[in-house]
Unconditional design. Sequence first.
Lengths: 419, 378
Amino acid sequence: MASLDAGGIATSGGVRFLGQRRSYWRLLIRGAALLMVTLGIYRFWLATDVRRFLWSNTEIAGEALEYTGTALELLLGFLVAIALLIPVYAGFFLAALHLGILGKLSGIVAFAALAVLGQYAIYRARRYRLTRTIYRGLRFHQKGSAWAYAFRATLWWIVTVLSFGLAYPFQVASLERYKMGNTFYGDLAGSFEAPGLILFLRGFPMWLLFFSPLALAVRGFAGLDWQALADAVAQGGDDVMSKIEGGNPGLGSAIVFAMLMGGASISLAALLYPAFQTVVLRWWSSGLRFGDIEVRSHLRMRHVYGAYARFVGYATLFAIAMAIIGTAALVATGAATNVAKIDTSGQIATTLVLLIGYVITALGFSTIYRATVLLSLWQLGMESLQLSGLSALEKVKAGGRPSSAFGEGLADALNVGGY
Amino acid sequence: MPDGTEGPYPMNSGTGIYFDGITSARHEVVVELAPAGLRISGRDGRLWAEWPYDEIEELAAPDSMLRLGRRESATLERLEIRDPPFAAEIDARAIYVDRTGSLQRRQRMRVIGWSVGATASLVLVAWFGLPAIAARLAPILPASVERKMGDAVDMQVRGMLDTGKSGTRFECGTAAAEMPGRAALDKLVRRLEAAAALPIPLRTNVVRRDEANAIALPGGHVYVFRGLIAKADNADEIAGVIAHEIGHVAHRDGTKAMLEGAGLSFLFGMLLGDFVGGGAVVLAARNVLQSSYSREAEAAADTYGTDLMNRAGGNARALAVILDKTGGATEPGMKILMDHPETKARIASINKLAATRPSLPFLEASEWAALKQICAGS
């Protein structure tokens, strides 16, 4: 009797996160220590451990996800990517040596080429992660062309930058439509149905809040006598500042005003960022579809702010501890190597202390960030989901093959990696 | 054998969830610990799979569950056991299942061992390998390549050093009032260059920087800062410093440093990846390493410079004199010529090598006066 075997699936269900915060901390701290002694080579193992933890502990409609990727695959993908990038970098290095038009352009060409390559890597890395994601005995997979995605993404980034970010919602919607439209769970095709306009309308007030101080600052400068300013700068001389002052009595206050407004803009951005993230995450989750399966997210903004507050708390404690330990270490090396005459060994000792201090600080903050904000966003994002149409899960058939980790390696080498 | 009805099962069996890897359907199954392997059958008695114990592998799962797969299986068939005592029974029989984690710990220790080894090897390559490669590569680079590298560095160095204040040129010796100074400099450099017989032409300039310093770039660029001219009491002191810089050009130290820099940023930047925004680490590491490269290079350039002064018939001790005058007086980051703790030792070894016979001054008194005014044009 098939119906007994199938066990019966409810048509709607939620997502549970089973992971213990404490185990995740342990995993990350051990990883950070090993990253330090291995100069970062351990990151392939850490990334794999992190994914295994997050995937395994995420239970969708009663069944936990499984991550089957291995660190060796990532290492291999990275080495292949490096082998490909060496000639590319060598080419740019040689081109930069050429004076003339080629040398001048090589920087721009390199930036553009690496930007497109980065998008290509992002798409291929997503394919790797999807094909290593197993649910109910079937894998996810992704079709589509990474180059097509890369050009699409690059064009969208240009539009977004030119529109001061106003096009961002439409960019995300378009790119997600491409990604999800090519995503499959077994033979069940995914799609993305959230319209960019919705995100635009929800995000627009925040955009206004961020840009209005900047607009006011620009207006402050518009009232100046630019001709006089240009003349004063062109004439030069020792009294150039006083000439500028003479031609434009309002310049000083305009600069002060602009700095204040810039500060206001940055503070607003920092304060609004968790709200923005909530809005995007909720909108994005609610647009995900697999066949008849629909997703709704009711992520709460105050929970996201709570995650950031925990980060700020831990980070402050950590910063105080590092400041005390760092000062003590510097005093110790200074005393040991006699500050009075700064010799080379003293310089090297001090540089080493600063270097190690920098690495520990950076790793510490990144560990705290992963254990608070990133883990909470994963957990909150997942637990806020409500799935419907789950009866489709009774009859999905297997499909797709595991892909190589080349994209992950490339993304790693180009520093555009994700989870 | 389970008879397909609800109820107690024999001691050597338990329940689980089975996915056949072909469809996503969830099957509640009875798992029997047969002598050769697991027998997985549905409650209706249908046999789903038989897995030999040595083909069972443990897969990532939440703590509350044992997830099993079959090694080398063409599908992703999965068996989930949520009953800890029964999971322990399977663990005892299947060699690749190890819930105590000792297998995993052993693997992890191997990984750590190998990555520490790889790290050590990278550091050794950076410390010994890169300088050795750069030292062998630099002499065989064609002069044209070296010049191009020099021109590329020149642009960057100018960008860093040239503050562009008050609209004057970075180089001295171009305005009318500076021309005699330029001529005096050319005369001084010609004499040194003739004695040195370099494969590439020197391009020596005095520049508007107030530190008492001088630098040599790849491809024969030598910049003497005007602060050094101000500190010097005679032309031989300037000639000594330029002779030292010619030593760097002859030894291709600038080219070596550039090759080493490229190698270092590649090794630590790209190969190791940016695990925490490691760019700053790369820079700091490079400084630590390169200050140790350049100390030996300085000593060699001193020897070369002293020898060149001897050959050109100048007073080689003048280099020691100006070193003494400026030693330690430069700001951080300007360690190319002066900022070395071993100033005393350097002075001693220069004086030991310096010829004792009477020397011929590089410039007449009037020419020296003109050189002093080489930056006076603006």
